[in-house]
Design a protein around this ligand. Structure first.
Ligand SMILES: NC(=O)c1ccc[n+]([C@@H]2O[C@H](COP(=O)([O-])OP(=O)(O)OC[C@H]3O[C@@H](n4cnc5c(N)ncnc54)[C@H](O)[C@@H]3O)[C@@H](O)[C@H]2O)c1
Length: 392
């Protein structure tokens, strides 16, 4: 099978590393020259298969292409996926599948009309911990309420949503959509829930704004007298710990250490978190009543020092809790009805604990077998729809 890849950044490279034998990358579309060149060498894509922009890629026919991976920035998902679907290609589409309801529905209709599969990259559905959570939740009977908290964590929050490419709503979309579409999708899918009927949402920027800067904080971490004690120090994150540097491109003749130093001195990732141009919320609470009567409460927290999700699901027959990689099922009125599973060691397993590879394999198999992918556009709609409403 021949595939085209649109947007060869961090996510696409992960999916490409999971492609099985027999799947060939015949086209790459990527505006950043260095990324395009490095990927072309790595995946053996000839010059004529490399495109710096989508318009020139779509201007020529590609009869060999059967499927596309769309992993470009969020606002391009619908236009790029639509163009692929209209050519009769199956699409593995990064989340969020769309940034609004209108775009989502137009893509869903176009895919149905073309008779192709669009699989959305919602890894939680294939993640071992969350799969087990869904299995255990099946013992609860009808679910009446879900409470869910997502702590983004200081490293991800500062790198991605304050300094990084998801810090401005106009460039990406609301943070609840970017970050919590995984959660809304998974929880609603687990509960077999329908669309949201009523949504209340409130959010704000509580911490990452200039009037909350500690006294004496400099504009860049590298110049800051408080850097050694700041939870959000870029010097600590990139130079000392070497975390979150996978997205830094290293031009020929330079090293990663050179690129980090240049980011710290003059790049977006060296800026003080209290002096950035972020406008997405760092805390948001969403409460929804869903078709069928289920209530779901979700809280996104970008200011706490911890990272991870905490979930409690209440059903007719008991309660399931999930936190810190542990699952605990308590069934009412039964002796020995507590089941505990510990998945905390999975935190160290790369590629979302194997879920990225599972997603790619599932997508390819769905094409071969003519069945829906694990997270089809239609099945992922209720979760996205809730996020669109919460974002509004
Ligand atoms: N599934 C997940 O868990 C997960 C995690 C992180 C990000 N994402 C999503 O994956 C997508 C990509 O994120 P990323 O972290 O790889 O970002 P990235 O910036 O590393 O990659 C995006 C790439 O798209 C390229 N691009 C820009 N305009 C383009 C165009 N017109 N045509 C083709 N390519 C274009 C960029 O140059 C960049 O290389 C985003 O939509 C993001 O929300 C998903």
């Amino acid at each position: 099978m021949e595939v085209a890849v649109l947007g060869v950044g961090n996510r696409a490279r992960k999916y490409l590393s999971c492609l099985p034998e027999g799947v060939r990358v015949s086209c790459l579309v990527e505006p950043e020259e260095i990324r395009l060149r490095q990927a072309a060498v790595r995946y053996g894509v000839p010059e004529e298969g490399c495109f710096r922009d989508a318009a020139s890629f779509f201007a020529v026919p590609h009869p060999e292409v059967r499927a596309a991976i769309v992993a470009a920035p969020d606002r391009l998902h619908v236009p790029l996926a639509l163009a692929c679907v209209e050519r009769g290609w199956h699409v593995l589409l990064e989340k969020p599948a769309a940034i609004d309801d209108e775009g989502y529905i137009s893509l869903m209709e176009a895919a149905d009309k073309a008779g192709v599969h669009v699989g959305v990259c919602l890894e939680l559905r294939l993640h071992p911990f969350f799969r087990r959570m869904r299995e255990l939740a099946a013992h609860l009977g009808p679910i009446s309420r879900i409470d869910h908290e997502e702590h983004i964590g200081p490293d991800r929050m500062s790198h991605t949503f304050v300094r990084g490419l998801w810090s401005q709503k106009a460039a990406t979309g609301p943070i609840f959509l970017s970050k919590c579409c995984h959660d809304a999708d998974f929880l609603m899918w687990l509960a077999g829930a329908g669309k949201a009927l009523e949504v209340e949402s409130s959010g704000s920027i509580e911490r990452f704004r200039s009037d909350r800067a500690p006294e004496g904080a400099a504009i860049r971490c590298i110049d800051c007298p408080l850097e050694r004690t700041c939870l959000y120090s870029a010097v600590d994150l990139y130079r000392r710990r070497g975390e979150w540097t996978g997205g830094f491109d290293v031009p020929d003749g330079l090293t990663l250490a050179d690129v980090i130093e240049s980011e710290l001195r003059e790049g977006r990732y060296g800026r003080c978190v209290y002096h950035c141009d972020n406008d997405v919320y760092d805390t948001q609470t969403v409460t929804a009543l869903l078709e069928g009567g289920l209530r779901i409460n979700m809280h996104l927290e970008g200011t706490s020092g911890r990272e991870g999700r905490v979930t409690q699901i209440i059903g007719e027959r008991g309660v399931l809790t999930a936190r810190d990689g542990r699952l605990r099922l308590m069934l009412d009125g039964h002796v020995n009805a507590i089941e505990e599973d510990d998945f905390s060691s999975l935190n160290d397993v790369p590629l979302h604990a194997g879920a990225d590879a599972a997603l790619v394999h599932d997508f390819l198999e769905s094409i071969e077998c003519g069945r829906e992918p694990a997270a089809s556009l239609r099945s992922a709609y209720p979760g996205h729809h809730l996020c669109f409403l919460a974002g509004e």
